[in-house]
Write a protein that binds this ligand. Structure first.
Ligand code: SF4
Length: 63
């Protein structure tokens, strides 16, 4: 059986699939950690900064 279904990605761990790792979560859509991080402007900004830095690091760009 082949699966063409998209694998949900973890917004908190860029580049990694949602496992799901938190009790009660079935994916990013009902993950309490994702909700908390995206509800807080400072945490959301820090996640964005880390996502960009990680992406540039994987491409070999110095930040
Ligand atoms: S349950 Fe939440 S924190 Fe865990 S992998 Fe999925 S989205 Fe990420």
């Amino acid at each position: 059986m082949s699966s063409n279904a998209a694998v949900p990605q973890c917004p908190l761990r860029p580049g990694q699939a949602c496992t799901p790792c938190l009790p009660g979560a079935t994916g990013p859509q009902d993950c309490g950690a994702v909700y908390l991080v995206f509800s807080d402007p400072d945490l959301r900004a820090e996640l964005h900064r880390r996502t960009i830095a990680g992406r540039e690091n994987r491409r070999g760009v110095r930040v």
